[in-house]
Design a binder for this molecule. Structure first.
Ligand code: I3P
Length: 131
């Protein structure tokens, strides 16, 4: 049943607070503006919610940041790679390009946390295929 807790937990692939910035909008380079946001990966869609002002605790003080999506990315046909030094001075940065030509950088100070996101997003892209 779709109502069983086990099913609900499986459909949610991953969620947490990440630093992110958009760098391209449909093929056009745009100015970086890093912000921290509650991020949810579910059903092949990656959603960045509004800036949570630093932390999960901050998000709890501003509940709209948990419910108002700022960017919704379709992962079908997207590509994911570790960003090179030319892309950011930060460490542990992932580069995600969507099929429509948007590019986002995703970052976390913890290498364990960013590695887990890398795996979850790559698995999701792999499951979706390219057609
Ligand atoms: C940018 C800002 C970013 C930085 C970017 C700067 O300056 O400092 O944090 O990206 O570097 O241009 P501004 O605030 O004036 O827009 P990183 O933190 O990812 O290095 P970049 O130009 O090398 O991308």
């Amino acid at each position: 049943s779709i109502f069983c807790p086990e099913h609900l937990l499986k459909s949610l692939e991953k969620a947490g607070v990440l630093n992110r910035t958009r760098t391209m909008d449909r093929g056009k380079r745009i100015r970086k503006n890093w912000s921290s946001s509650w991020t949810v990966l579910e059903g092949g869609i990656l959603t960045f919610f509004k800036d949570s002002k630093h932390s999960a605790a901050g998000a709890l003080r501003h509940p709209s940041t948990l419910t108002t999506p700022e960017h919704t990315l379709e992962l079908r046909g997207a590509t994911l790679a570790w960003a090179g030094r030319d892309k950011s001075s930060r460490k542990h940065v992932l580069e995600l390009r969507t099929r429509e030509g948007s590019e986002f950088l995703i970052q976390h100070d913890s290498d364990g946390i960013i590695a887990a996101w890398h795996k979850a997003i790559a698995d999701s892209i792999g499951r979706l295929g390219t057609d």
